[in-house]
Design a protein around this ligand. Structure first.
Ligand code: FES
Length: 293
């Protein structure tokens, strides 16, 4: 069965709808209950500080640790008792990594919708199941019931592999967490191109124009004209339909906030900066090119 067919099958699972609704409500309520600290915590969990989605990086900890645990469990089961302590430590490290992975994943997931949110819900449930299996496995190992502990560990490993497959589908098929903005070196003009008349720009009002077929956001701020690639790096939202607040633009789709001067991410869910463009005016016309360096 192809990845596309599996994703479509998951999409048809209506029983996941209440899970989605309850999960989204819970995550949003938790950030809102944190008050002013909510947004910085959310930004940290998205990975704004890393300029890369944190979840994609942190999932390597449980997957790697639990893979090591499976290998060490096989060795122990073949009579090599000296591998038992290492297997237990790998299970424990995986559980700690799974907690971080769950927090970052839930934060990213709360900004998804439709098919993506449904696939993400099943991915999360499988991860929860894997964590429960490994938690019980650890307790059994420590109580001396190593055979049962290893068996639950293998069940947890199979569950986490199924979940990782769906995580891959979310990234590679649904394009969650990938950069949707154009590449500044490959897709934006390297030399100045004319894109509109200066008189088309009203103070503080976002305007969409095109440079070599790529949409560009222009904003006049006093004597300056600021330009960013218009397609939001998070999921492709149109920044020219967003809100200008001071020197920032807020994406209309999920509320990412970018600095108009350099494209840096001020608030997620976006983590990847928006390409900024150099602007010059000549004979009443606005010209832009990709910013160098
Ligand atoms: S598309 Fe999601 S914040 Fe812009």
């Amino acid at each position: 069965m192809s990845q596309d067919a599996i994703v479509n099958l998951v999409e048809q699972q209506e029983w996941l709808q209440p899970v989605q609704e309850a999960g989204e409500k819970f995550v949003k309520a938790a950030f809102s209950a944190a008050g002013e600290a909510g947004q910085p915590i959310k930004n940290a969990l998205h990975g704004v500080w890393l300029k890369h989605p944190l979840h994609a990086a942190i999932t390597d900890i449980p997957v790697g640790s639990w893979t090591a645990a499976a290998v060490l469990d096989i060795l122990e089961a073949r009579g090599n008792d000296e591998y038992a302590a290492g297997a237990d430590a790998a299970v424990a490290i995986g559980l700690v990594g799974a907690a971080g992975s769950a927090l970052s994943g839930l934060t990213d997931w709360s900004d998804t919708y439709g098919k993506t949110q449904r696939v993400g819900a099943l991915h999360g449930l499988l991860n929860l199941g894997a964590a429960i299996l490994y938690g019980t496995s650890y307790a059994l190992r420590k109580s001396g019931n190593r055979g049962a502990g290893r068996a639950l560990g293998f069940a947890g490993f199979a569950t986490v592999l199924a979940s990782a497959y769906l995580g891959g589908a979310l990234s590679y098929e649904q394009r969650v967490g990938v950069n949707h903005a154009p590449d500044a070196d490959e897709e934006l003009p390297q030399d100045f191109v004319d894109i509109c008349a200066e008189s088309d720009l009203a103070e503080g009002t976002p305007k969409r124009a095109e440079a070599n077929g790529k949409p560009v956001l222009l904003v006049r701020k006093g004597q300056e004209i600021l330009a960013l690639a218009e397609t939001c790096s998070h999921a492709g939202g149109p920044l020219s339909e967003g809100k200008i607040e001071g020197d920032t633009v807020v994406c209309p789709w999920h509320g990412s906030r970018f600095c108009l001067r350099d494209g840096s991410v001020i608030d997620g869910p976006a983590t990847i900066p928006q390409p900024a463009l150099e602007v010059e005016t000549r004979d009443g016309r606005v010209r832009v090119r990709a910013r160098k360096g």
